[in-house]
Design a protein around this ligand. Structure first.
Ligand code: SF4
Length: 281
């Protein structure tokens, strides 16, 4: 087996590879824990990677963690009977983060509840400054209950580190769908309609300073632009209910087509500029 890059070299190495047009992926043999440990070290190197990679400054006292929000009255839960789906009205979503999560973990609003192993609600601190929104759980996520694990997740972690963002400390991740579509098929419009209120409520409660939508389903949902191709949505700053929003490719797509890695990285730099107060929208 080839030697792995040292932890504190990896983010710098990836950044250099992108700048040079390289695309080799070198994370396949690493566990998620190894990748996250590596990223902690990589974040410490951020100042040496240039201004665009400066680490996030310590967040000002801005608001309590969503977990600290005063619990709301008990939500109205739907019947678990699949036969009820489509007949009753959607549940009233609570203003408590914990209650929202509990509600989602028991959700039977669409047919994906029948094939999922577990609901994949989120990962990362619920008072994070950056929120990444993906598409739907895959096999690894369905198995672990954590979004963006596996090769695509590790690649996302490292790419975030190249612009000074620590997934562990600064990034909250959620998907448009909380349950895995069988065979990783695309989400249906009905499934998105059923599940999107959870995501919208997550955004309301987490109150991120900036959103990063990865992939066309999250990009179209959050921009409200259902007609434009992903390539038209990326490369600019949108806004979702006043929150700056950058749209880019899904990291799994980068693994299939490495030519998109450079564009993804430019979008991350745009995200970084927004964080640094240089919103050019
Ligand atoms: S995908 Fe969303 S709406 Fe469908 S069952 Fe899972 S949590 Fe509920």
């Amino acid at each position: 087996m080839a030697d792995r890059p040292s932890r504190d070299e990896s983010a710098r190495l990836l950044r250099q590879r992108i700048e040079m047009g390289g695309s080799e992926i070198f994370l396949d043999s690493m566990s998620r824990d190894e990748a996250l440990a590596m990223l902690e070290r990589a974040a410490a190197l951020a100042p040496s990677l240039g201004a665009a990679s400066a680490p996030l400054p310590a967040p000002p006292p801005r608001r309590p963690s969503a977990e600290a929000v005063t619990p709301a009255p008990a939500p109205q839960r739907r019947s678990a009977a699949a036969a009820d789906r489509g007949a009753a009205s959607p549940p009233v979503l609570p203003d408590s983060y914990d209650e929202l999560k509990s509600l989602a973990l028991e959700c039977t609003l669409c047919g994906l509840c029948e094939s999922r192993t577990q609901v994949v609600f989120s990962d990362g601190p619920s008072n994070a400054r950056v929120m990444v929104v993906g598409e739907a759980p895959g096999a690894n996520e369905d198995e672990t209950g954590v979004p963006f694990v596996g090769a695509a997740g590790k690649y996302l972690d490292l790419l975030l580190a190249t612009v000074g963002l620590s997934r562990k400390d600064s990034v909250y991740i959620a998907n448009v769908l909380k349950c895995r579509p069988p065979g990783n098929r695309n989400p249906s419009p009905e499934e998105i309609e059923a599940c999107a209120p959870y995501l919208r409520k997550q955004i309301d409660l987490v109150q991120p300073e900036v959103l990063l939508a990865v992939g066309s389903f999250s990009g179209k949902l959050l921009t409200g632009d259902q007609k434009s191709a992903l390539g038209k949505l990326r490369g600019q700053v949108h806004h979702y209910h006043g929150v700056p929003l950058v749209v880019t490719y899904h990291p799994a797509a980068l693994l299939r087509n490495s030519n998109w890695t450079r564009a993804f990285w430019r979008d991350l730099q745009l995200l970084r500029d927004v964080i640094d107060g240089a919103d050019g929208a």
